[in-house]
Design a protein around this ligand. Structure first.
Ligand SMILES: [Zn+2]
Length: 227
């Protein structure tokens, strides 16, 4: 069973025990409550709620410690694509570098003596291509709904923002990293940047537009912030 306290999922395990106890697992910060078999869900929730500050502190500590292992782009590593992970298979060949996606795996075709940077670049180019296939459809879908026009768009690898909008040029840039997130995240960022064509600032009017175009924006924004 699972409950949520302030957005944190908590796994409940009923056991033949006398007292309820809670642990936050390292290194992923997963929260598990072991409760006596007969304890009611309400009592468990109240207990979890009373510990929420402690849970958050503990999770924060783990977050800092969690080693974000840098990808080497080698066979067996997990690659993010559209919100899911797929195993990477590196194939050596002397043709031009490319990535193919089939049967739930990502294959990278590259020269045997390639460096990590070359492999990273190869994957990024594929991500870029994937986004460039998807973005025009989204713009076409939203232009008539929002009654705006995007004159130019592009994909950039940005460090701090998911997208930008140059309102006078009617140009939007989207972050290459969006290829790793769910399709809804890409759509949210496209709609967000397009909304800037109606309202430049993040004011009430702006979020009012977002509420009417994309009512679920808060959930997706929170998800993007987590990434
Ligand atoms: Zn914005």
């Amino acid at each position: 069973m699972e409950i949520q306290i302030e957005g944190i999922p908590i796994t409940i395990e009923k056991k033949k025990i006398k007292n309820i106890y809670l642990k936050v697992l390292s290194p992923n910060g997963k929260v598990v409550i072991s409760a006596p078999k007969r304890m009611s869900q309400k009592a468990i929730e109240e207990f979890a709620f009373s510990k929420s500050t402690w849970i958050k502190e503990k999770r924060k500590k783990y977050e800092g410690r969690m080693p974000q292992r840098e990808l080497q782009y080698e066979t067996g590593e997990q690659i993010l694509f559209l919100g899911k992970t797929y195993p990477l298979e590196v194939k050596y060949w002397n043709g031009s570098n490319k990535v193919t996606f089939s049967e739930e795996k990502i294959q990278m075709w590259i020269k045997e003596n390639s460096t990590r940077e070359q492999r990273e670049k190869c994957l990024n180019e594929w991500y870029r291509k994937q986004l460039k296939m998807r973005i025009p459809k989204l713009i076409d879908k939203w232009e008539p709904v929002m009654n705006v026009q995007v004159k130019e768009w592009n994909v950039k690898n940005m460090k701090t923002r998911w997208g930008t909008c140059n309102t006078s040029a009617q140009r939007i840039w989207l972050n290459l990293q969006l290829a790793k997130s769910k399709p809804e995240c890409l759509e949210y960022v496209v709609v967000h940047e397009m909304t800037h064509l109606l309202e430049q600032n993040h004011n009430e009017r702006f979020w009012g537009f977002m509420d009417s175009f994309f009512p679920d924006w808060r959930t997706i924004k929170a998800e993007l912030n987590r990434i």
